[in-house]
Ligand binder design. Structure first.
Ligand SMILES: Nc1ncnc2c1ncn2[C@@H]1O[C@H](COP(=O)(O)OP(=O)(O)OP(=O)(O)O)[C@@H](O)[C@H]1O
Length: 763
């Protein structure tokens, strides 16, 4: 239906502003909408398959009919619809035309120019080897290229494997083959994976293969570069490499840099400390020590000084970071030939996954260790290299044959994971990258369902549409574990998290994902809103002190004054003596302004705090505004989008508390539950596959990230190419259904469709 009753008024969907859809949707969920005919509860449907409409909670038979003729149809001639690619499309209207922001922009399918023509893949049915036959009989199929990658054990081997071409299958069957056919000692095999989870999964897969000896699997050394080399280091010097001395978090490193930055007069609001950390990591992983740095710009000159200071501080305090684990091991082996020899004897076979993401220090370590045996099998895909910002270099993969002469090359370009329509879409996107080994993936099957592009008004509606679509698919038989919602950066997932948390659908998030409402800047802003409702909220007072540029020790004075003068903690702010007249004047203004917020909507309240209480200035100074990847002002923009849905501060704060508690709960559940929807960054989804994938934020500024666009404008195209590879990784996670969202607004502003999607947006 096009009409519903809300607050005793008749709503007509054709007269509603698109910006209001989400609010009406929420009203429906609260039970505040009813049918104008039967007066039963209705809800606003916002999904991907159908246009927005009101529907009854319980299906009616016969269905109720609108009593009024929706106005837009009244004014225009009757539209005839045709079915195209599974969507109802008005016959007269071109589906190419971009529509006004205020109208619902219909989802459309990516056009796949030529139909799927199946070619025959040679799947080996018999092999010379007994064990391979056994594997085949147990349903582990390998095509002829996969088979040659599995059975070439001696010497160097490079497997260039496109997305979904069975890299993991090749690595596991190869290991099984080495153990069972070639009787190779499991202790002499080093299997390097990109994540600890991948190593565990490979071991789990191995244990399911026939004739596998469980103890062999345990003896096999499988893990990430860091875990393997850290084990070696701590074996040789447990005290020096004790985990208590590890700088685990970026903020710990940032603190060291900021302290030395002060001596250089580097202003936090202008200097990009996050990029400085990245740059230092890049130099370290490229084996460039502080005195070897050759700065290429004035900015790098400053970072080079910070790098030296950072290394000095670490060694003074006997600390180390993750990069030091690899560097430490490299120098241990390089400077101690006897130790190197021990490990060269111990490890004779090297299998390295995700070789496109290897960096110089990792490469040199592997070269050192394998230089005696020369049995190295490297598997990777240059199109999936997504860590070059921290020193990964796909050139090691591209030039492997130079460093390992007489190596064999196997190319896997049959994609077994995704439908023809998804593979074609991915091929078209990645083809635009210039710096790559040209190749096209071939699909094995077609679903005749091209990927869908859809156009929500903003992040909130994007989340609503996705969750609705997941619900519909689950009703049709899909399971929660079949779905993944992928995004570029963690902050991009707030709305999707909230919509899922408010549904009964089970889902998982990354354990180290910082809850949105716990972020430093967000928490600071929310504290003003909290104080407007409770003037004695100690925690909130503490949180606002930094934004007033007041030290935390003032808290004691505030408490004392509050008791002596019998006034609220907040009121005491106006009595604080800081010794600076301008600051004291400002503090006097704070109390009435905060008090005036209580009756306002949370959105207006946030805007007032920003403008009248100098929070905007505080962000410029302390909100990492110099940072390129993570800016405090973006957090406030995101917070405003979230606040828009609430009429009162107290409702909004209840929501914040609920979401913060849910975040903890979901993280706990994430550890145990298997059959759940995945909410993940694209980086974290690498190597994984899902039947249905939703990619959110398909707009410039999100993917590609603003930072890559800035670099592009300054003449450096490499970060933009990396963003394209990220999008490629995201697309190729999908097996059957792929949806890409192109919201019209992001962070409250009009945005443009991602330039990376241009090859698939053209019809
Ligand atoms: N020869 C084959 N026949 C049928 N299915 C296969 C074959 N090889 C691999 N597969 C299946 O194809 C899918 C992709 O394989 P796998 O996960 O090993 O790919 P991958 O190369 O590691 O992918 P990516 O690099 O994109 O993460 C899996 O579901 C796997 O079971």
């Amino acid at each position: 239906m096009k009409t519903a009753i809300h607050d005793k008024k008749l709503l007509n969907i054709n007269q509603l502003d698109r910006e209001d859809y989400q609010r009406i949707y929420d009203e429906g969920k609260r039970g505040n909408l009813c049918c104008p005919v039967c007066r039963e509860s209705v809800r606003l449907y916002i999904g991907i398959r159908e246009e927005p409409h009101f529907n009854h909670l319980l299906k009616k038979n016969p269905p109720c009919q609108d009593q009024v003729i929706p106005t837009t149809e009244e004014a225009s001639p009757k539209i005839e619809y045709v079915e195209r690619n599974g969507f109802k499309i008005p016959k007269s209207r071109s589906i190419v035309a971009e529509q006004q922001t205020s109208e619902f922009n219909r989802p459309r399918r990516v056009k796949i120019p030529s139909p799927f023509g199946k070619k025959t893949i040679h799947v080996s049915t018999t092999h010379s080897s007994g064990y391979m036959d056994l594997l085949m009989k147990n349903g582990v199929k390998l095509d002829s290229n996969q088979l040659s990658a599995v059975s070439h054990i001696d010497g160097a081997l490079l497997v260039v494997a496109g997305a979904g071409s069975g890299k993991t299958r090749v690595l596991t069957t190869r290991t099984a083959y080495m153990l069972n056919e070639r009787n190779i000692d499991p202790r002499s095999i080093m299997l390097v994976t990109f994540t600890a989870k991948a190593a565990a999964e490979m071991k789990a897969r191995l244990s399911q293969y026939p004739s596998m000896n469980k103890s062999h699997i345990t003896q096999l050394l499988a893990g990430t570069f860091h875990s393997i080399f850290y084990r070696i280091l701590s074996f040789h010097d447990r005290e020096k490499w004790s985990s208590e001395k590890l700088l685990k978090k970026d903020w710990q490193k940032e603190q060291i840099l900021k302290d030395s930055g002060k001596q250089l007069d580097l202003d936090e609001k202008e200097f990009a400390y996050d990029l400085a950390i990245q740059q230092i990591g890049f130099w370290k992983n490229s084996l460039i020590s502080p005195h070897e740095v050759k700065p290429e710009s004035a900015w790098e000159e400053k970072v080079a000084i910070l790098y030296k200071n950072y290394e000095d501080v670490k060694s003074e305090r006997q600390l180390f970071d993750f990069d030091d684990m690899l560097l430490g091991c490299y120098y241990l082996l390089k400077e101690n030939p006897t130790i190197l020899e021990i490990y060269q004897k111990r490890f004779e076979y090297f299998l390295i996954d995700e070789f496109q993401d290897i960096n110089k220090v990792q490469y040199e370590l592997i070269k050192l260790l394998s230089s005696k045996s020369k049995n190295i099998c490297a598997v990777g895909d240059d199109d999936q290299s997504i860590y070059s910002f921290r020193g990964s270099d796909p050139n090691y993969l591209l030039h492997f044959e130079k460093d390992f002469p007489n190596s064999k090359l196997v190319i896997l370009n049959e994609n077994y994971r995704s439908s023809y329509e998804i593979v074609e879409t991915a091929n078209r996107v990645i083809k635009k990258n210039r710096d790559r080994r040209p190749k096209e993936m071939n699909a094995q099957f077609s679903t005749e369902l091209a990927p869908t592009l859809f156009f929500p008004i903003d992040e909130e509606e994007e989340a609503t549409m996705i969750v609705q679509d997941i619900r519909e698919k689950i009703e049709e038989g899909f399971e929660p574990k079949d779905f993944a919602i992928l995004f570029r950066t963690n902050t991009g997932s707030r709305a999707a998290f909230e919509r899922l948390a408010n549904s009964s659908l089970p889902f998982r998030i990354d354990l180290d994902m910082e809850p949105f409402y716990e972020r430093f800047i967000v928490k600071g802003m929310l504290s003003f809103l909290q104080l407007s409702l409770d003037e004695d909220n100690q925690q909130a007072i503490k949180q606002i002190l930094p934004s007033m540029f007041i030290k935390q020790n003032v808290m004691q004075d505030l408490k004392a004054t509050s008791i002596l003068e019998d006034c609220s903690l907040m009121e005491c702010l106006s009595k604080v003596k800081t010794g600076f007249a301008f600051q004291e004047r400002k503090l006097k203004k704070v109390v009435p302004v905060i008090r005036s917020l209580s009756g306002l909507s949370p959105l207006t309240a946030i805007e007032i705090v920003e403008k009248e209480l100098g929070f905007g200035d505080f962000i410029k100074k302390r909100g990492n505004e110099g940072n390129k990847l993570d800016k405090g002002s973006d957090d406030i923009k995101d917070l405003k989008v979230a606040a828009k849905a609430f009429n009162t501060i107290s409702d909004f704060l209840d929501h914040v508390d609920h979401m913060t508690a849910m975040n903890k709960e979901i993280k706990n559940l994430s550890k145990h539950q298997e059959n759940v929807i995945t909410l993940s960054t694209i980086h974290r989804a690498k190597g994984l596959e899902y039947k249905v994938v939703y990619i959110i934020g398909g707009v410039d500024g999100s993917i590609p990230h603003d930072y890559a666009l800035d670099s592009f404008r300054n003449g450096d195209e490499a970060p933009l190419e990396e963003e394209r590879r990220l999008l490629y990784v995201a697309i190729t996670r999908a097996m059957q259904h792929l949806y890409i969202s192109i919201p019209e607004k992001r962070r409250g502003r009009k945005v443009y469709p991602s330039r990376l999607l241009a090859p698939i947006r053209k019809l």
